[in-house]
Design a protein around this ligand. Structure first.
Ligand SMILES: *Cc1c(COP(=O)(O)O)cnc(C)c1O
Length: 609
């Protein structure tokens, strides 16, 4: 697994050159060079890198693929897209989406009041805003204000109550009425861990009966000319194309029926998001079973077929793909702070003049272990370890003997694994689990990979350098939170192997990839570890530019955001120190300065790495 499945998950965005992972774009800078340059500015701890060119690539691919399918199937409607803000609302992600999407009039989708305000302030007037999610009268009024201010807005109705409120607001105010969409509740469901958005028991959408009632209410209120969109969304990271096709047939037929029943202003069908991203590092792991080209071709073909059969004009196709657009653009780079079992180094062996015979035997086993005898020697070593532990419990050997035994046995197992690194032997597989090295990273899994914590969603991980060496250590990853859930355990079915590095002598950085969708938005401040330092990297033909630095919140700001008064906290700490004994005035003022500095830094570890 020396290439860490790069070909499976990286979509050719990252490649290995020599020792390092480089960006497969223009000057092809290496991640390590980028990190080294950023860290020259005294920046330590985890670093989130954004690559706007990868957002551009995804937006361009999405539009190109739909345009292609439209041409191929002689489809008469056009293609339009909005980015769902809930997937990533961070300013420099949104800025990149806005910049790279400008040429396409790429719009935004809002699912809450705050997101709607953001959409209204960020988007240009030619791009669309769609408003989904549960709404109150205020949020609906905001939609009217957006329309009045010149935005192309569609409010998607999630229930009849909302529709009644829209009609109420329209009657009571002189504001421009926005376009109205109806989210339909489909019986077709997606599959995968994020597929609860459809089906008869789904949280959102109108049933067939409610849809008919909605049409009637709109007709009655004289607002039927505002009904322009049918919307559905059957879930995120859809791994199978067939439920998508089923949902399209269902929604397409609802669209056609409504048109024939007099909803003549209908012109858009919004197919939601759900296009999957590849997060897997192993060819054997199951991922989605379709390409973007197959997806767009299926959508366009099916909708054309349904409309032609019912004699209805082809609608414009809207998508709200989020994950697909931004997942690849963000990479977290974390320093490794420590390898825990390096405590088992041979230099820590301290033999006595007279060692217990089993210890002497272990020494011999280690010395003479070779490819022919390693299975037998391993068994002997494990046997001896059992006996030595019993002897220790009974008081026949001391703590030094026990330590020597642990180191020797550990190294015997390790040497065997090096001799037979790709063993399928069930026993050795178990040994890999037992012998895993624990890599402590300067980051929080709760903050930076919350879907790993919550859903065990795998994210690609690999060292960004040292790659010309074979990685031998079966690895589990620990974060710096005080929570045993902050761990990516070693999984013998999808083993991660990392390098044996002496952290005191060499740096070791791990990269976590495809983190741009949802992870930042969902990131939790567990133990008060907040969003890490972030930078946008513009890659040029002869190098790269580091832009848009956003520093991780400092401790004072973190306290303030919780509702404490940071300055008061600092004052209290200072007073306590000033009143303390046994320190000169000079020592006190030096310590005060230190204290002040600490409170102005973020909470990640700094002095180690
Ligand atoms: C979350 C959401 C999306 C985005 O889904 P992705 O899987 O990220 O593409 C699109 N539309 C709606 C209504 C959503 O709730």
């Amino acid at each position: 697994m020396k290439n860490y499945g790069l070909k499976i998950w990286s979509d050719n965005n990252f490649i290995i050159q020599g020792d390092e992972v480089v960006l497969n774009y223009k000057s092809q800078p290496s991640l390590y060079d980028i990190i080294k340059k950023i860290r020259l500015q005294e920046t330590k701890g985890p670093i989130l890198l954004r690559f706007p060119h990868l957002i551009k690539k995804q937006i361009t691919n999405l539009y190109a693929s739909f345009e292609n399918s439209i041409m191929e199937h002689k489809y008469k409607g056009s293609f339009k897209a909005v980015f769902p803000l809930k997937v990533n609302q961070f300013p420099f992600a949104v800025e990149a989406i806005k910049e790279e999407g400008k040429a396409f009039n790429y719009g935004l989708e809002a699912g809450s009041k705050a997101e709607l305000i953001l959409a209204m302030s960020e988007i240009n007037k030619d791009a669309h805003i769609t408003i989904n999610g549960f709404k109150d009268k205020e949020m609906i009024t905001l939609g009217f204000i957006a329309a009045q201010s010149g935005h192309k807005v569609t409010i998607t109705v999630e229930g009849l109550g909302e529709l009644k409120t829209i009609i109420e607001v329209a009657k009571a105010s002189t504001l421009k009425v926005p376009n109205i969409g109806i989210r339909v509740r489909l019986h077709s469901m997606g599959s995968g861990i994020w597929s609860k958005s459809a089906g008869v028991d789904a949280k959102f959408g109108l049933t067939a009966t409610e849809t008919l009632e909605a049409r009637r209410l709109l007709q009655e209120a004289g607002l039927i000319e505002q009904l322009s969109m049918i919307h559905f969304h059957i879930g995120s990271q859809l791994n199978d194309i067939s439920p998508i096709k089923k949902a399209l047939r269902e929604a397409g037929n609802i669209y056609a029926e409504l048109t024939k029943m007099g909803a003549t202003a209908l012109q858009n069908i919004n197919i939601g998001g759900g296009v999957a991203v590849n997060y897997e590092q192993y060819a054997s792991a199951k991922t989605h079973n379709y390409s973007l080209a197959e997806f767009t071709s299926s959508v366009v073909f099916l909708l054309g077929e349904i409309m032609d059969a019912k004699g209805v004009a082809h609608p414009n196709i809207f998508t709200e793909s989020g994950r697909f657009i931004v997942a690849s653009h963000a990479v977290l780079i974390t320093p490794v702070l420590e390898l825990f079992t390096q405590d088992y180094q041979e230099e820590l062996l301290h033999f006595k003049e007279n060692n217990p015979p089993l210890i002497t035997e272990l020494q011999e086993l280690l010395k003479y272990l070779d490819p022919k005898n390693y299975v037998e020697y391993l068994h002997d070593a494990l046997d001896h370890m059992e006996s030595l532990l019993t002897l220790f419990d009974l008081g026949y050997i001391d703590l030094q003997d026990r330590s020597n035994a642990e180191i020797l046995v550990h190294n015997i197992i390790k040497k065997s694994l090096y001799i037979a690194p790709s063993i399928s032997h069930a026993e050795l597989r178990q040994l890999q689990v037992n012998l895993q090295e624990r890599y402590l990273i300067n980051a929080s899994i709760f903050q930076s990979l919350p879907d790993y914590w919550g859903l065990k969603q795998h994210f690609p991980v690999m060292p960004i350098h040292h790659l010309s060496k074979e990685p031998h250590r079966s690895a589990s990853i620990w974060d710096i939170t005080c929570d045993s859930d902050g761990e990516i355990a070693f999984n013998p079915d999808k083993p991660l192997f990392l390098h044996d590095i002496d952290i005191k002598k060499e740096e070791y950085f791990l990269g976590f990839f495809n983190l741009g969708a949802y992870q930042e938005a969902l990131g939790m401040g567990h133990n008060l570890f907040m969003h890490p330092n972030e930078y946008s990297i513009e890659i040029t033909n002869d190098g790269f530019k580091i832009k848009n630095e956003v520093k991780s919140k400092n401790i004072l700001d973190i306290l303030n955001s919780l509702g404490y008064e940071g300055e008061k906290v600092l004052d209290k700490l200072k007073r306590d120190l000033l009143e303390s004994d046994f320190m000169t005035q000079k020592e006190k003022s030096d310590t005060l300065l230190k204290l002040e500095t600490f409170l102005h830094q973020n909470g990640y570890l700094r002095t180690t790495n």
